[in-house]
Design a protein around this ligand. Structure first.
Ligand SMILES: [Cu+2]
Length: 126
């Protein structure tokens, strides 16, 4: 469970140690949507860049909120190695209060079991 304040810039920093690539992502999973400036900064393998999308073949997970109030999607590329994580940073300003579901939108883990069983939760904007 995450709780964030409304109307201010919230900075997310996701550290991904998973080097695997998700199965059969959709084109929309590769787009950065709903962040400040429409970008996310991806640091991996000693390089860092602000991007608006990643290659469909370069997605391990996503951080996604899809509700009436918000459409947020940030693709998370795989780690270069299990000891060399990929770090994805982005900012969001949440205008509407309430509790919203977040999750990973791609089939990750064996037969999508990771997305289904562990990569979800709620985000409360208060
Ligand atoms: Cu995932």
């Amino acid at each position: 469970m995450l709780t964030v304040p409304a109307g201010v810039t919230v900075v997310f920093c996701i550290t991904n140690y998973d080097p695997s690539i998700a199965q059969i992502p959709a084109a929309s999973d590769a787009l950065v949507v709903g962040t400040v400036g429409g970008v996310a900064t991806i640091a991996a393998g000693g390089h860092s860049a602000a991007v608006r999308s990643v290659a469909m073949s370069d997605i391990a997970h996503t951080f996604t909120i899809s509700s009436g109030a918000y459409h947020l999607n940030v693709p998370i590329p795989p780690a270069s190695a299990s000891n060399d994580p990929t770090i994805v940073t982005f900012s969001v300003i949440f205008a509407m209060t309430g509790t919203f579901n977040w999750g990973c939108a791609v089939l990750c883990g064996p037969e999508g079991t990771m997305a289904r069983d562990v990569m979800y939760g709620t985000l409360t904007v208060a």
